[in-house]
Design a binder for this molecule. Structure first.
Ligand SMILES: Nc1nc2c(ncn2[C@@H]2O[C@H](COP(=O)(O)OP(=O)(O)OP(=O)(O)O)[C@@H](O)[C@H]2O)c(=O)[nH]1
Ligand SMILES: [Mg+2]
Length: 195
């Protein structure tokens, strides 16, 4: 299967990366996830704005002992979802910031989304970080910010749809190859912030 778009999920352990992937792929919330060992891979073919695109998704482990392994998976990624728990400031200020720095240092043209997870918990818990702080950080790094809940499904399909759109806008071209499969012919460019 030709992969048009490689997406990597980064962020501290337990922020809900695997649940986002499961929700996107299966349409369901699985509360029984265990910590990802190393990294997990999934791929899916979706239509966006009348174009078919195969999305390859690398779901990394956020535990610090796997940091060096996670670095392998963002190489070549055109889109990164840097995830943090909306109710936990450290997962944003420390861990998300760490992964953004890593991406900026090592990947020249990766479209970054700051993904605030577990939005359903905001009904009972306070935000860890004010929205204005997230937005101004996103602006400063040229990223987009989104909020998701894998429990309710809020924002999950929108996140991937937006990633595919930004990828196409940035120069990723999806065409039909010799075997009738979608191919990526070229990809250059950067994203802007739409927060
Ligand atoms: N309330 C709520 N809980 C969530 C959500 N997403 C994940 N969780 C819970 O958060 C915990 C961690 O979820 P995972 O998806 O395994 O976290 P992860 O980021 O993949 O963790 P690592 O693989 O260790 O890096 C689990 O107990 C989930 O049930 C969400 O949207 N809302
Ligand atoms: Mg995981």
């Amino acid at each position: 299967m030709a992969i048009d778009l490689k997406v990597v999920l980064l962020g501290n352990t337990e922020v809900g990366k695997t649940c986002i992937v499961n929700r996107y792929i299966t349409g369901r919330f699985s509360s029984t996830t265990v910590t990802t060992v190393g990294a997990a891979y999934a791929s899916t073919t979706r239509r966006i704005d009348n174009k078919e695109m195969t999305v390859g998704i690398w779901d990394t482990c956020g535990m610090e002992k796997y940091e060096s392994i996670s670095k392998i998976y963002y190489r070549g990624a055109r889109v990164a979802f840097v995830c943090y728990d909306l109710t936990n400031a450290t997962t944003f200020r420390k861990h998300a910031a760490f992964w953004v720095e890593e991406l900026k240092k090592n990947v020249s043209d990766c479209i970054i989304f700051l993904v605030g997870t577990k939005a359903d918990l905001l009904a009972e818990k306070t935000r860890g970080v004010p929205e204005t702080e997230v937005q101004s950080y996103a602006n400063s790094i040229g990223a987009q910010c989104m909020e998701t809940s894998s429990v309710t499904g809020q924002g999950v399909n929108d996140l991937f749809d937006q990633a595919m759109r930004e990828f196409i806008k940035a120069g990723g071209k999806v065409g039909v190859g010799a075997q009738g499969k979608a191919n990526l012919s070229d990809d250059t460019g950067n994203s802007g912030c739409s927060c």
